[in-house]
Design a binder for this molecule. Structure first.
Ligand SMILES: [Fe+2]
Length: 395
């Protein structure tokens, strides 16, 4: 079981007496003593509104009599991220997601092919089956209106490379569809290339591949060879699509010319490789590894824009940024009425007003049913702030 992640959020606000009844169902407490004009404490600080449920009518009358029409309350919301993720899983049926079976199948197939390469028993049909899987993924991605919840979660340490391959295929295909709408063949090549991009790692010694933390300069030189190994392996196994081969060989090329294996610069890098580079680094940053927690989506993007400035094709990074929006799916958000939920996507291109799966309502009460609020259609309700990003990239 992963450790429990709790997001805590304390909010204070004034509510009118008319709202008092609704809040007796929640977790609010009274922020400061409510005192009558003659100094009598009518409602002491710290009182839980829930404890007033039976006497709320009398209390309301008393307060009105003293000319008090609003009170200050405090909400101490605790959001359990594990619960939230569980809820998201249940919500998947209603969300646009990549077919979970296809995702699982892909991860297993990638893992099998890597195993066969390592054992020296890989056959061309194994690779072509994997490439075919890329085509199926492209079809799924083509149907996804936007980035939504992805199932490409790493469940075990060993799985990382395979799940990462799936994610690069999904995100690469998605970015290609945004950058070059209508070019299905490019999307297909991107998805196939994504699945195969790290194929060459099957020829890199395990101890280097799975070393937690930094590699020594010598180890890094060995690791770098995976781009060339991968392209060679693909050709040996009858992969002829030039775009797929460009993804495999060129996904570590950098716009600045500082990448490998060929040190190509800017437009000299095939566009497929430029897209794959963005998908690859973004997924690596947002993935959870044994030695690091997942990075929040927005932090990953800002690192790519600032710390790695110039490394990536700016048009591709921009596309990633606008596709994810300001509140990428998986971001826990607090709304302007104090309710808390998780962004699950956005209709159309409204990056500021996502759809939010409500988790805690404005009175601080847990929402047990599946309630999705489309902020683009809800007058006066907006995202106040983002609280936490579950760190999972999504389709
Ligand atoms: Fe790679």
């Amino acid at each position: 079981m992963p450790p429990e992640k709790i997001v805590e959020r304390t909010t204070k606000r004034r509510i009118s007496l008319g709202e008092l009844r609704e809040y007796t169902n929640g977790i609010a407490t009274v922020t400061e003593d409510v005192v009558s004009m003659n100094g009598t404490v009518l409602l002491p600080r710290g009182t839980q509104l829930a404890s007033l449920m039976s006497s709320v009518e009398d209390l309301e009358k008393t307060l009105r009599r003293w000319g008090i029409f609003s009170i200050s309350i405090t909400l101490n919301n605790k959001l359990n991220v594990n619960e939230l993720e569980h809820m998201l899983k249940n919500a998947e049926a209603n969300l646009s997601v990549i077919d979970p079976q296809l995702a699982r199948q892909t991860v297993t197939q990638v893992s099998n092919v890597y195993g066969r390469i390592t054992d020296g028993v890989c056959k061309p049909e194994d690779i072509s089956r994997l490439a075919e899987q890329g085509r199926n993924l492209a079809k799924e991605v083509a149907q996804a209106p936007q980035v939504m919840f992805c199932l490409g979660q790493v469940r075990s340490w060993d799985e990382y490379t395979y799940v990462h391959s799936l994610n690069v295929a999904l995100l690469g295909g998605f970015l290609a569809s945004r950058l070059f709408p209508g070019r299905l063949e490019l999307m297909e090549s991107m998805s196939m290339g994504g699945i195969l991009h790290d194929l060459g790692k099957a020829r890199v010694p395990q101890e280097i591949l799975n070393k937690p933390g930094r590699l020594s300069p010598e180890e890094f030189e060995v690791m770098k060879k995976h781009a060339v190994y991968g392209a060679e392996l693909a050709v040996e196994n009858s992969v002829t699509d030039e775009r797929v081969l460009s993804v495999i060989r060129g996904h570590h090329e950098r716009f600045t010319g500082s990448g490998y294996p060929d040190g190509l610069e800017k437009d000299a890098i095939p566009v497929e490789a430029r897209i794959a580079a963005v998908a690859d680094v973004f997924d690596a940053l947002t993935a959870q590894r044994v030695y690091k927690p997942p990075m929040e989506t927005r932090s990953a993007i800002s690192i790519m824009l600032e710390n790695m400035e110039g490394h990536f094709d700016p048009q591709v990074v921009r596309t990633l940024l606008t596709s994810l929006g300001l509140y990428p799916p998986g971001t826990a958000v607090e709304l302007s009425d104090g309710s808390i939920g998780v962004a699950v996507g956005a209709r159309g291109n409204d990056l500021l007003r996502p759809e939010v799966l409500l988790q805690i309502d404005r009175t601080g009460r847990k929402v047990s049913d599946m309630r999705i609020i489309d902020l683009s259609r809800t007058e006066g309700l907006f995202v106040e702030r983002s609280l936490h990003d579950t760190g999972k990239l999504a389709f």
